[in-house]
Design a protein around this ligand. Structure first.
Ligand SMILES: [Fe+2]
Length: 341
């Protein structure tokens, strides 16, 4: 985490004070949980191209709480949130307004809200990492992570982390509760170590021989392989091979998304729509996705070459909305099988 982000993150009460940064008539106000380094360059280009200034409030979390607390005088126009859980929470609280945005029509239905209140901007797949040296399989399923052949070989981060909770919610939606419990129990039996660390530590532990298989978001693979996180992480990335899996009855990989919603009380709703349409244009999509090795949501736009090299991304057919709705249930199951203990 950058220092900038941390210092901003410890000021949650600032949202209850009048916001003096918001003045210009030619401005749009963005609240976001995305990292400044990812978003700022794209927003600067928007300003350069359109003359519309962007006032950005970066928060580690709690965008919905803040907009809710600000109520009808909230200066927030567009919120850009880091995952489907946050988007679902924001809309469930009634904080979004319908986007009435023709630009969102270019996206597959699963990547936008059926009620037109949020839209995905970038996506990342929950991939399976295997040891390049020790595992030969080319096609793998999520269900297969519970196969006894991986006994003592599975490395994952906490089952309660939003990335894993969303994956478990997708499993629930595919197979129902009994099968999900069986799956989680099987995975627990396969653990090489307690679920901990992040997705990159999965690659680290596979390189170290502790495990042979694990789960990671695709962008961590790009971050590692690019060398952006240093030589050590690059070696971790090179030790693993990425398999884009599917559920046994599914069409492709489970994805999570970053996305945007227009705030219900947006003082500059028209400019929020303008920015949103701009963010869905091919060039902005490319830049936004490349900044964090994510996939553009707009069909036909290529991800960074390191991500394109993972092979074609096919999407699981379960709508993100359904996944969001089953997250609480998924989280309870993680505790019930004591996955993290
Ligand atoms: Fe992440």
């Amino acid at each position: 985490m950058s220092l900038t982000r941390r210092s901003l993150a410890v000021l949650p009460l600032a949202g209850l004070l009048p916001t003096h940064r918001v003045a210009a008539s030619q401005a749009v106000n963005v609240y976001t949980t995305r990292e400044p380094g990812l978003l700022q360059p794209v927003l600067q280009r928007f300003t350069a191209e359109t003359g519309v200034a962007v006032n950005t409030v970066f928060l580690r979390q709690g965008v919905a709480e803040r907009v809710e607390a600000e109520g009808a005088v909230s200066p927030a126009d567009l919120v850009i949130l880091a995952d489907i859980g946050e988007l679902a929470d924001f809309t469930r609280r009634g904080l979004a307004q319908p986007m009435a945005q023709p630009a969102t029509g270019v996206l597959p239905a699963g990547l936008r809200d059926a009620g037109d209140r949020w839209v995905a901007l970038t996506m990342r797949a929950r991939a399976i990492l295997v040891s390049r040296e020790r595992v030969r399989d080319q096609a793998l399923t999520y269900e297969g992570l519970a196969d006894p052949r991986w006994r003592g070989k599975l490395c994952i981060r906490s089952g309660q982390h939003p990335y894993n909770v969303a994956l478990i919610a997708a499993h629930l939606e595919h197979h129902g509760e009994a099968k999900a419990v069986e799956w989680l129990t099987g995975m627990k039996s396969n653990l090489a170590r307690k679920p901990a660390g992040g997705d990159r530590e999965v690659a680290r532990d596979i390189m170290g021989g502790l495990g042979d298989i694990g789960l990671s978001n695709t962008y961590y693979v790009g971050l590692m392989l690019s060398g952006r996180g240093g030589e050590q992480q690059q070696a971790w990335g090179q030790a693993v091979r990425v398999v884009l899996p599917s559920f046994t009855d599914g069409a492709g990989a489970h994805v999570n998304v970053s996305g945007a919603a227009i705030a219900r009380h947006a003082p500059n709703a028209a400019r929020a729509r303008q920015l949103l349409a701009w963010l869905l244009q091919p060039e902005a999509q490319r830049q936004l996705a490349e900044a964090n090795f994510e996939y553009p949501v707009r069909p036909g736009v290529e991800p960074h070459p390191l991500i394109a090299a993972l092979g074609p991304l096919r999407l699981d057919q379960i709508a993100l909305q359904k996944i969001a709705e089953r997250r609480a249930e998924a989280s309870l199951l993680v505790d019930r099988v004591a996955l993290d203990r």
